[in-house]
Design a binder for this molecule. Structure first.
Ligand code: 5GP
Length: 119
């Protein structure tokens, strides 16, 4: 069994967050350390540690991440100008919280996509 992270506690509302959306499959809340004017995390309710752990049975929840991202982007007023969706995976992907999540980042123009950047 994978070890729970703080995101499971946020999903269960055991610790506070700025939650914007929740249904039977996913939860969305504002990132505590925003990197852009709009920075929202969209998270499957069930613990999938990383993108490297996804299984066919997760496809409904993973698809929901995108439809909720679209809805929240529209509500945030960033849909027309656009935004970036990011899923970091494990150490080389710079994933810090091992509960798969999608970052919705917008409200300003992003730089070019990073291909490789040494520490
Ligand atoms: P990662 O690097 O794993 O892709 O992103 C983890 C994100 O979770 C980071 O952007 C970080 O700011 C955010 N984060 C970490 N702990 C918390 C928390 O307790 N609450 C909220 N709202 N965001 C968190």
């Amino acid at each position: 069994m994978a070890e729970e992270t703080i995101f499971s506690k946020i999903i269960r509302k055991e610790i506070p967050s700025d939650m914007l959306y929740q249904d039977d499959l996913v939860t969305a809340f504002r990132d505590i350390n925003p990197a852009m004017p709009t920075h929202i995390l969209i998270v499957p309710n069930d613990l999938i540690p990383t993108a490297a752990d996804v299984e066919p049975e997760h496809e409904l929840a993973l698809g929901r991440l995108f439809t909720v991202a679209r809805k929240l982007a529209e509500e945030a007023g960033i849909a027309e100008d656009g935004y970036r969706l990011i899923v970091n995976c494990k150490e080389h992907g710079r994933q810090d919280v091992f509960h798969l999540h999608m970052h919705l980042l917008g409200g300003a123009k992003h730089g070019p996509m990073l291909i490789k950047k040494p520490d």
